[in-house]
Write a protein that binds this ligand. Structure first.
Ligand code: GLP
Length: 243
């Protein structure tokens, strides 16, 4: 491991507060910053904390821009399980961020290549991501970058693995309804962020946490590439750490 800051918190709530500290520090020093956001259940305490901190007057999202990691292919923005809807309900609708300053890959894109390139260009035009939030899948996926023979570069379409579809079926009526493909920032997009914070909670994430940060760097464990990023902070709870 080259350079990863590992912070151990007591529980998911504390993970959320510590991660919120990083976002608060960034937004206070750079009000027009660009943040990269993630879905999943792990970031929820962080999002609740960010909402509370804006309400308390500690941070102000009016000039913040945000780019989300991924979206299911084939789901409309208002679909109950779309990641756009998830972000609206769990964060954007409760803070002062401007709608035009939030981007999520378009799940209904017909010209996939054009959509993915435009997504990259938008982030570049904003000056790049200052702080990227990540969760982690049980197979080490970040965004929807699944284990593969290589590290994908930029935003692209991916087939979801059986493991990921199975893990995410809890949000859908049945496994059949879980999309089989998604659009995701690439590993290159993620690695281009100036700073990265990964949140990891729960005993079920212990093995992949260890593999990712104390094992070899390999595209078979996509998150392991983070060992090569110069500014990564991993915030995990005691259960994920193995206590
Ligand atoms: C999904 C998302 C990932 C997320 C992962 C883990 O697959 N695409 O970005 O990190 O789920 O989710 P959770 O935090 O619910 O375990």
């Amino acid at each position: 491991m080259l350079h990863v800051n590992l912070i151990k918190a007591a529980d998911p709530e504390e993970v959320g507060k510590l991660a919120a500290d990083l976002f608060e520090a960034l937004i206070r020093t750079k009000p027009a910053c660009v943040i990269g956001l993630a879905t999943g259940s792990t970031p929820l305490p962080l999002y609740r904390e960010l909402i509370a901190r804006e309400k308390a007057g500690k941070i102000d999202f009016t000039r913040v821009r945000s780019a989300n990691l991924d979206e299911y292919k084939g789901l409309a923005p208002d679909h109950p399980q779309s990641y756009r809807r998830f972000m609206q309900e769990n964060l954007f609708d409760h803070i002062s961020i401007k709608p035009e300053n939030t981007i999520v890959p378009d799940g209904l894109a017909e010209d996939v290549q054009a959509m993915c390139e435009a997504y990259e260009r938008k982030i570049e035009a904003w000056g790049g991501v200052d702080l990227q939030l990540l969760g982690i899948g049980h197979d080490g996926h970040i965004g929807f970058n699944e284990p593969a023979g290589h590290f994908p570069g930029m935003t692209h379409e991916v087939e979801l693995t059986a493991m990921t579809r199975d893990a995410n079926k809890r949000f859908f009526a049945s496994l059949d309804e879980v999309p089989t493909a998604a659009f995701t920032m690439g590993i290159g997009t993620v690695m281009a962020a100036k700073k990265i914070v990964m949140v990891v909670t729960g005993a079920d994430k212990h093995d992949i946490l260890m593999k990712s940060f104390f094992g070899p760097v390999t595209p078979e464990v996509p998150a392991s590439i983070l060992q090569f990023h110069p500014d990564v902070t991993v915030i995990c709870d005691a259960a994920a750490w193995g206590e």
